[in-house]
Ligand binder design. Structure first.
Ligand SMILES: Nc1nc2c(ncn2[C@@H]2O[C@H](COP(=O)(O)OP(=O)(O)O)[C@@H](O)[C@H]2O)c(=O)[nH]1
Ligand SMILES: [Mg+2]
Length: 362
C-alpha cells in the first residue's frame, strides 16, 4: 500500500468512527427520554493522578465537541488538585460549551448523568475513609465539601459521629448509582483501597439484610495509550509499559473486583485527552470510548430495584425473644411447666380424694 493509500485508509476509519459516534449519541438520546428514569450519579474513586479529572473533561468533549477544563487535571501525581467533592451536572457540559455541529446535545443536556469527583486517595484502607465513602455513596454529603475539613471533624469527634450526628439526612438525588474505580494502568493494583471499597459495599442493613449501597462498580483502566503497540491514539509520551505488564495488572484488578465472568460490562480500557494527547485535536477513537461508556452506564440493568423490606417484624422479634428466654432458662422453665400442670390438676385430685373419702364413710 502506498503512503497516500495508507493516509486514505486512516481518514476512512476516522469517518467510520465519527459515524459510529453519531449513532451512539442517538442511542444516548433515546436512553435519556426513557420514562421513569432518574439521572444517574457516577462517583469517581481512585488514587491521586489516576486520571479522574482528565476523564471528566474527555467525556465532556465527547458530548460538546470542545475540550473545557472543568475538572482541574494536574501534571504529575504527587498531590491531588481536587480537594473537595466535585459535582459535575450533565457530565460537566454547559450549554455554551456545545459547538454548532452538536446542537442536538443541548436538548438532552439536563438528562445526562451527574459525575462526582472524590478527591484523590492513597492506597489505604481505614475506618475513617470507609465512613466518608459511606456518606458519599448514601447521598449524605452535599457537594463542594472539603475532604480535609471532614477529616478534621473525624479527628476532633469520635469515629462515626459524622454519620450519626452531623450528616444524618440523605438526599435521593445525591445517591450514587455507579462507582467508577479509576486506575492508571502504569500503577500496581491498589489492593488496600479496593479492600476498603469492598468493605463498604458489603455492608448490609441489619433490619432488611439488604446491602446498604447498591451502586454498580465499573473499573476504568486509564492511560491505555501508554501500553506499547497501541498505535490507535498516537501518544507521544515515552512512559510506556509493555502489553504483558498491562495484562498482569488488569488481571489482578479483575480478580480483586471479582469481575472475571463479565469483564466487558465492568471494565473499560481508557485513554483521555491529556498532556500527551492534545485536547485541541479531534480524536474520534477517544470520544467513541467515552460515548460507549456513558451509554453502558445509562442502560438499565437486568436486576430490578428491590425495596428495603424489613425481615425483622414485631412478631418475629417476640418469637425470637421467647425462644432466647427458653434457651437460657430451659431447666427453670421445665420446673415452671411442671408446677403449672400440677397447679391445674390440683382441684381434680382434691375432688377425687373427697369423693373417695365420702364412699368409705357410707
Ligand atoms: N498519557 C495519558 N496521560 C493521562 C491520561 N489521563 C490523565 N493523564 C495525565 O495524568 C496526570 C494526572 O491526571 P488527572 O486527571 O489530574 O488525575 P486525577 O488526580 O485522578 O484527577 C495528568 O498529567 C494527565 O495529563 C491518559 O489517558 N493518558
Ligand atoms: Mg483530579
Amino acid at each position: 500500500m502506498s503512503g497516500q493509500d495508507l493516509q486514505h485508509a486512516g481518514t476512512d476509519r476516522e469517518i467510520n468512527v465519527d459515524q459510529e459516534n453519531e449513532n451512539l449519541l442517538t442511542e444516548i438520546e433515546q436512553l435519556c427520554s426513557r420514562t421513569n428514569r432518574s439521572v444517574e450519579n457516577i462517583l469517581l474513586i481512585g488514587k491521586v493522578g489516576a486520571g479522574k479529572s482528565s476523564l471528566i473533561n474527555t467525556i465532556g468533549k465527547a458530548f460538546s465537541g470542545k475540550y473545557i477544563s472543568r475538572a482541574e487535571a494536574g501534571k504529575g501525581s504527587s498531590s491531588s488538585k481536587t480537594k473537595t467533592l466535585g459535582r459535575f451536572e450533565s457530565v460537566g457540559v454547559a450549554e455554551d460549551d456545545i459547538i454548532d455541529g452538536r446542537r442536538r446535545v443541548k436538548v438532552i443536556l439536563p438528562r445526562l448523568p451527574t459525575v462526582y469527583d472524590f478527591p484523590g486517595l492513597e492506597d489505604t484502607d481505614d475506618k475513617r475513609l470507609q465512613e466518608l465513602l459511606e456518606l458519599v455513596l448514601g447521598g449524605y454529603i452535599p457537594p463542594g465539601k472539603s475532604l480535609g475539613a471532614l477529616k478534621q471533624l473525624q479527628k476532633e469527634y469520635r469515629l462515626g459521629s459524622l454519620k450519626e450526628s452531623i450528616f444524618t439526612d440523605s438526599r435521593q438525588e445525591w445517591k450514587i448509582t455507579t462507582i467508577l474505580f479509576v486506575h492508571s494502568c502504569r500503577e500496581p493494583a491498589p489492593k488496600k483501597l479496593i479492600a476498603c471499597l469492598h468493605e463498604v459495599l458489603t455492608k448490609a442493613d441489619p433490619k432488611s439484610a439488604q446491602l446498604l449501597y447498591s451502586g454498580n462498580v465499573h473499573v476504568v483502566m486509564t492511560k491505555y495509550d501508554l501500553v506499547k503497540r497501541q498505535h490507535e491514539y498516537d501518544s507521544e509520551n515515552s512512559e510506556t509499559i509493555t502489553e504483558d505488564d498491562y495484562m498482569a495488572i488488569e488481571k489482578e484488578i479483575v480478580q480483586l473486583f471479582s469481575i472475571d465472568g463479565n469483564r466487558n460490562d465492568h471494565l473499560t480500557r481508557w485513554t483521555s485527552y491529556s498532556d500527551s494527547i492534545n485536547p485541541e485535536c479531534h480524536n474520534p477513537a477517544i470520544e467513541h470510548c467515552a460515548l460507549k461508556f456513558i451509554k453502558l452506564i445509562m442502560t438499565p440493568g437486568t436486576a430490578p430495584d428491590v425495596d428495603m423490606v424489613p425481615v425483622l417484624t414485631i412478631k418475629s422479634k417476640i418469637d425470637m425473644a421467647i425462644r432466647a428466654w427458653y434457651r437460657n432458662n430451659s431447666c427453670m422453665s421445665t420446673q415452671i411447666i411442671f408446677m403449672v400442670i400440677v397447679f391445674c390438676l390440683l382441684p381434680f385430685f382434691t375432688y377425687l380424694l373427697n369423693k373417695g373419702n365420702g364412699k368409705t364413710s357410707v
